[in-house]
Design a protein around this ligand. Structure first.
Ligand code: JFZ
Length: 453
């Protein structure tokens, strides 16, 4: 019913000139013969320039949405034992033909791109990353190389990536996409012994990614499902170059390479492909010189799971933010909208509360460098790019004195961020200490702004 058409060209235009242009572009992007620029060995300065918006952004909202929102973690009335609702096809061994019928029930009439992007913005997120295609293979855009799409296989018919990317542009937030290399709906890419992997890769995966880049201009392409048997590091490098040739500014996560999920999600060799590491449901133990982003759920499942009530507290979430940013990472926090098109209320409430805290303390969160080492300060902190300010994150539950070591000659003054009065300091040989008046403590994390010489 949803057989793919596998074709090379992906844009339809009529005049002779545009046909010629498309022909040339097709040759270029299908990597047949014409030299591609090598983006695997770019200078540090070039990479830093390309990564700058993303590093400054610090906080993003992940969106896992697809047909799995229909069963929402239950199969034949029974709650699936598995944590992640987006894996239900695999976990419950649902045959492809049966799983496809969820498409008939996918009619999220309450979907409103404006609402979603507003939720992200109010949370303080500067970018969103949405599943263009998860492991189940269902496409959230109007792909011309597949019929297994929201536009062709569902009663809803609207192009979700189009509506969301347009709205992101309007509201000034970066639109980004997640894409699974593994594809349970494609017999050539479902993780079993592939019958024609090269055909899937060259005539399906690559043209689809080209469509997404061409039509929706994602700032980040966030790969996953790279552990599949046929995928190799060399193919990851080829794909990385292919995509950067389509959009030289594109940022690509390290799961474009082989087996980068796990191992705290970081590259383990210098020449491993990918622009940033992807620790999942965890935070790096130590700050890293590589760029990285922790992705985490608000409850346990990525995709909407009706019976998952393991919601994290706002306190935990805010502590995660300051730990991650203090260690130089980004935070990608997930929501799983339901099949009606709504982001669950429990998620919206938490995101709104985080947003209030961030907006009060935004100066300490966005656009800074990672903070002091453990020897100087036992908590987390950030430092402004020009080195003039240090922001200390204070756990409001911890009432012991705040101690700064080795900075006596550098500190000019310390205030609570957003307040005027200067706090008094106790000086000893090589340390400064202070306590915050209890009435000035934030509910979650109090931020001190330290002026440096
Ligand atoms: C992957 C997906 O499988 C999951 O559904 C979600 O999209 C998440 C963001 O990424 O999760 C993984 C991937 C690999 C491992 C564990 C979870 N792994 O190798 O252990």
């Amino acid at each position: 019913m949803f057989g793919s058409k596998y074709r090379d060209e992906f844009i339809y235009l009529n005049s002779m000139e545009t046909k010629l242009l498309i022909f040339i572009a097709t040759i270029l992007i299908t990597n047949q013969g014409i030299a591609q620029k090598d983006y695997l060995h770019e200078s540090k300065a070039d990479k830093n320039n390309r990564m700058e918006w993303w590093k400054d952004a610090t906080f993003g909202m992940f969106i896992h949405w697809g047909l799995y929102a229909v069963p929402a973690g239950r199969y034949h009335g029974k709650i699936s034992d598995h944590a992640c609702a987006e894996w239900i096809m695999n976990d419950e061994k649902i045959p492809v033909k049966e799983y496809e019928t969820y498409a008939n029930q996918f009619n999220p009439v309450k979907f409103d791109a404006k609402k979603w992007v507003t939720i992200a913005k109010k949370a303080g997120a500067k970018y969103i990353v949405i599943t263009s295609k998860h492991h189940d293979g269902f496409c959230l855009w109007n792909s011309t190389v597949s019929d297994y799409t929201v536009t062709k296989a569902t009663p809803f018919k609207r192009d979700i990536l189009k509506e969301l990317s347009d709205e992101c542009k309007k509201q000034g937030i970066r639109f980004c996409t997640y894409h699974s290399i593994m594809d349970w709906h494609q017999p050539d890419a479902n993780g079993n012994d592939s019958t024609d992997w090269v055909k899937y890769r060259e005539q399906y995966l690559k043209p689809q990614l080209a469509e997404i880049i061409h039509n929706y201009h994602p700032g980040v392409m966030w790969f996953d499902g790279e552990w599949i048997g046929k995928w190799t590091e060399a193919q990851g490098k080829d794909l990385y170059n292919y995509l950067r040739n389509l959009d030289p500014n594109l940022i690509i996560n390290n799961r474009v390479g082989k087996g980068r999920s796990g191992m705290q999600g970081m590259n383990t060799t210098d020449d491993a492909v990918g622009d940033f590491g992807t620790p999942e449901q965890e935070i790096l133990e130590k700050a890293s010189n590589l760029d990285w982003e922790s992705c985490m759920t608000l409850n346990k499942s990525w995709g909407f799971k009706q019976d998952d009530n393991n919601w994290k507290s706002v306190d935990v979430l805010i502590h995660n933010i300051v730990e991650i940013v203090g260690k130089g990472g980004n935070y990608l926090l997930n929501v799983g909208p339901n099949a009606e098109g709504e982001i669950p209320g429990q998620s919206v409430e938490r995101l709104a509360e985080i947003g209030k805290w961030i907006s009060k303390n935004s100066e300490s969160i966005y656009g800074n460098k990672r903070g002091l080492t453990n020897e100087s300060y036992k908590g987390y902190s950030t430092i402004s790019k020009n080195g003039n300010y240090l922001y200390l994150f204070i756990d409001s539950k911890d009432t012991s004195p705040i101690v700064l070591r080795g900075l006596n000659d550098k500190v000019v003054s310390i205030k609570i961020l957003g307040k005027k009065n200067i706090l008094s300091l106790n000086k000893s040989d090589n340390a400064l200490s202070l306590t915050i008046p209890p009435e000035s403590l934030d509910k979650y994390v109090t931020v001190l702004k330290v002026q440096l010489k």
